[in-house]
Ligand binder design. Structure first.
Ligand SMILES: NC(=O)C1=CN([C@@H]2O[C@H](COP(=O)(O)OP(=O)(O)OC[C@H]3O[C@@H](n4cnc5c(N)ncnc54)[C@H](O)[C@@H]3O)[C@@H](O)[C@H]2O)C=CC1
Ligand SMILES: N[C@@H](CC=O)C(=O)O
Length: 840
């Protein structure tokens, strides 16, 4: 580790490191200057090779060694670099093409040497592998304007001395510091472009810091020049909470402590090389990860004391291709030295241990190792414990293959109760079995060994458990018709406020009409969801795939909103509810359909835990079912229900005075969105019969539509024809309706469509002529009027009155049910429900 501060170093020095993606071509290389522009300090720019170059060089060396034809690959690499040189140094101020040409000639000679001599010196191979950084440093140096612009080029092999060891590549800090100070003395105050990845060994031979070692180089140089800051430029916005290819909701972390970054780097967060942190940590140099392609993004800042943030866990990562090795034996209990013997055996066999777990019973010790080392490890343990095995003190050495380790990392876990519970709870919900657990006393990392097959599900579930609001609901909307569209527009206007004020996160992750559906991982903007159904991301509708997507195992809650009028969709409710999916609907088919299915829905609800809410099926946005439920739940006894349950029929008979044909009014009601998709459902009384059945069943009565006496306003000859033909022949209703009106008028009565559920269980629906003082004659527009007569409301009925049809009010009823479910979820998890005064 570094000892004394560097001498000859300017007072303020910043180190920037550019990875291969930032050096992919001449344009990117030339773009570096702009990224450095706002930095007034002296700068050291550490560079990787141009994207893909090190892989190509390694492949060329391997081909040469194998006797394969490496010339075409060499030529392709040469051309790529010469083209970049030509673009950067168009005026040949730096003779860049000639210099690079010389470097490639040298590479040619080295590859020839490898090709003719199998035992070629390792340093030649290191020279080949490390050439990419020499080349890119020349390109970057020229792109920054060269010495004339105050830039020097430093070949790190001149100053950086390292020695490979069992624990990775170590730095000879004293030598390196002395050499760097000498170099500085020769180049006082200037900026420098430094080769990453390469160094010299103690004998002065070329070597490398290992794959992706340029980050490490940058951290070492930051320490050597005692930098104020290190910036690592890459092609992502910073360190993410999880691998975004596996977790679409992964978020960029604004800050991390060194310890957190170290844990995440070790556990496979690809942004940082694991060894990078130590040199900067020991000097307290802040390190920022930034995106070359989005320099305006703040990136991730890594420093000693990171911002805690809202989430106790900062990141989740997975290490794949592992196996569990387990030594089992009752003879190990209380015997000192067992663990030492086991790990010595593994050490001897060259097996690296990723995770260790031992129960306090000491009956077994288990550790996780790389899959390709598992058998070697098993054999080594078996040999070391052969004697104990023979006399039964140990019983078995077991290998469990196909394992991965999921690690949750965060300083916020330290001393915070409930973090493990949250993690394990999320995994349990996603039905992930945990094979072994390890948490060190630092409490900064919980590692779980799980089956490889569960890896993605586990990672997503763990991410949801920490980053999603407890009131996150994965929502799927079926049937974007009149009501569905109104619901989408209400959601579009309201969801941002619910999210920010109440942490209520209703995420529209799927939408389907009868033909097409769109499934989204991250969520659809409700205002644009209809457009999505029309674009290329839409696929053929499939209700089972739709439901599986909504109730993804890694997400805590799924909710399907059925805004169709489809019996086929309603037939799916038992299955969905049994799977724990909540269902909200204005569709009356389930509530009034076949009794066996209705009973199955109730049973599925009980068994699966999904909630079924359908307030909008009766009275649209009016609290009709809620009122009835409250009466019954508080011990009242229902005697009967009567009133007007159809918004369409209420509107028609409020308007129908003979001045216009009845059919004209029906068309108008249809255009206003009051009628059912097929207006015959309203005119035949079927829609009202369905509502009466829904209410009767709510009150515990086993009523079906067939039990309701229904008077239909649709002439017999129009009942069986197709919907379009019916609409074309709508005028055939005019004469009979005009006659009904005249007959009522003659008696000083008015027509109203009423429904009645008597105490005796008799249910009737039909058009009646009522006197002017009847309450149903005092309604307006689409008003529904529902009178509940009960033990408590005997003389004077409890009345619910108000608009009972129309897309907006119906959608509001659906939205209310959604909120009721989401709020109850918050209550279940102990999370705050919508705050009082939040305006929701
Ligand atoms: N309009 C109103 O005032 C009220 C309507 N309702 C109920 O709301 C529901 C919707 O009514 P509207 O929006 O007026 O009807 P609509 O006909 O405008 O919309 C129905 C939507 O469902 C879709 N659909 C039909 N079958 C489907 C299937 N198998 N899978 C996926 N989507 C399917 C259609 O493509 C259409 O987009 C109906 O059940 C209705 O009874 C309830 C209370 C009031
Ligand atoms: N068509 C229905 C809509 C509500 O259920 C009605 O008019 O009441």
């Amino acid at each position: 580790m570094p000892s004394a501060p560097a001498s000859n170093e300017p007072s303020s020095c910043h180190v920037h490191k550019f990875g291969g993606s930032s050096l992919a071509d001449a344009a990117r290389i030339c773009g570096i200057a702009a990224l450095l522009d706002d930095d007034a300090a002296t700068r050291l720019v550490v560079v990787s090779a141009m994207q893909g170059t090190t892989n190509s060089l390694v492949a060329l060396a391997d081909m040469a060694r194998a006797g394969d034809d490496w010339q075409p690959g060499w030529e392709a690499l040469r051309q790529r670099h010469l083209q970049a040189a030509a673009a950067i140094d168009a005026q040949e101020r730096f003779a860049l093409q000639a210099t690079l040409g010389d470097e490639f000639d040298g590479l040619h000679r080295n590859l020839q040497a490898v090709a003719v001599d199998d035992d070629v010196d390792e340093r030649i191979r290191a020279r080949i592998h490390g050439l990419g950084e020499i080349l890119s440093s020349r390109l970057v140096h020229a792109a920054l304007g060269g010495e004339a612009a105050g830039w020097q080029r430093l070949d790190a092999r001149e100053v950086l001395v390292v020695h490979p060891g069992e624990m990775g590549v170590g730095v000879d800090w004293d030598q390196s510091r002395r050499r760097f100070a000498q170099w500085r003395a020769r180049h006082p105050g200037c900026n420098a472009v430094v080769t990453g990845y390469i160094a010299s060994d103690a004998q002065g031979h070329a070597t490398t810091l290992g794959r992706n070692g340029s980050d490490y180089s940058a951290a070492i140089f930051a320490s050597l020049c005692n930098a104020d800051a290190l910036t690592i430029w890459t092609d992502v916005d910073g360190v993410l909470s999880a691998d975004p290819r596996l977790v679409p909701d992964a978020v960029c972390l604004p800050s991390l402590s060194y310890a957190e970054a170290c844990e995440l780097a070790y556990f496979g967060a690809k942004v940082l090389h694991p060894q990078t942190l130590a040199p900067v940590q020991s000097r307290g140099i802040p390190l920022r990860i930034r995106n070359t392609l989005r320099p305006q993004a703040p990136g991730t800042l890594i420093e000693a004391r990171a911002n805690a943030g809202d989430v106790p866990v900062k990141g989740l990562s997975l290490v794949n291709d592992l196996a569990i090795l387990e030594l089992i034996g009752s003879g190990m209990i209380g015997v000192p030295g067992t663990a030492e013997k086991l790990f010595a055996a593994l050490h001897g066999a060259g097996v690296s241990v990723t995770m260790i777990s031992q129960g306090s019973s000491e009956h077994s010790i288990c550790c996780v190792v790389r899959a390709d080392q598992a058998e070697r490890g098993r054999a080594a343990i078996a040999a070391a414990f052969a004697e104990a095995m023979a006399d039964q003190r140990t019983q078995a050495v077991r290998v469990t293959a196909d394992i991965c380790v999921l690690a949750a990392v965060g300083d916020g876990m330290v001393g915070t109760p409930g973090v493990a519970a949250r993690l394990l709870g999320g995994l349990a919900q996603a039905r992930v079995n945990v094979r072994a657990i390890a948490q060190g006393a630092s409490e900064r990392n919980i590692s779980l060994a799980i089956a490889r097959a569960d890896a993605t599900r586990a990672l997503r579930a763990a991410h949801s458990a920490f980053w999603l609001s407890p009131q996150f609901v994965s929502v799927g909307i079926i049937g974007p018709g009149q009501v569905g569209r109104a619901l989408l527009s209400q959601l579009s206007a309201t969801l941002p406020r619910l999210r920010s004020q109440s942490r209520l996160d209703l995420r529209i992750r799927a939408i389907s009409d009868s033909r097409r559906m769109v499934l989204s991982e991250t969520g659809l903007n409700p205002g644009l969801a209809l457009d999505a159904l029309r674009d290329d991301t839409a696929q053929a509708a499939d209700l089972d795939l739709f439901a599986a997507h909504v109730r993804a195992e890694h997400l805590p809650h799924g909710l399907i909103i059925d805004c169709s009028a489809s019996d086929a969709v309603a037939a799916k409710y038992p299955q969905w509810l049994a799977a724990g999916i909540h269902v909200v609907t204005p569709n009356k088919h389930a509530g009034s359909g076949d009794w066996t299915r209705y009973a199955a829905i109730r049973e599925a609800q009980r068994q699966g835990g999904g909630r079924f809410l359908y307030e909008a099926t009766v009275g649209a946005g009016l609290p009709v079912i809620l009122t009835l439920r409250n009466l019954l739940d508080t011990g009242d006894v229902l005697h009967g229900i009567d009133g007007m349950l159809s918004g369409t029929l209420a509107w028609l008979f409020n308007r129908f005075d003979g001045s216009q044909p009845f059919s004209t009014l029906v068309r108008e009601a249809q255009a206003l969105g009051y009628t059912e998709p097929d207006p015959r459902d309203d005119l035949s009384g079927l829609d009202v019969a369905r509502k009466l059945v829904i209410l009767a069943r709510e009150a515990g009565r086993e009523l079906s539509v067939e039990d309701v006496e229904v008077e239909s306003l649709v002439p017999l000859e129009l009942q069986q024809v197709g919907r379009e033909e019916f609409l074309a022949r709508l005028h055939e209703l005019d004469a009979p309706m005009q006659a009904r009106l005249a007959a009522a008028d003659a008696q000083g009565l008015g027509l109203r469509h009423v429904a009645q559920l008597g105490q005796d269980g008799r249910a009737r629906v039909g058009l009646v002529a009522l006197p002017a003082d009847h309450p149903c004659r005092h309604t307006r527009l689409t008003d529904n009027l529902v009178q509940f007569r009960s033990l408590r409301y005997t003389d004077n009925a409890l009345v619910v009155l108000g608009p009972g049809a129309g897309p907006q009010v119906t959608a509001a009823g659906v939205f209310g049910d959604m909120l009721a479910i989401a709020q109850s979820l918050g209550a279940q998890t102990g999370a705050p429900v919508i705050a009082a005064g939040a305006g929701a």
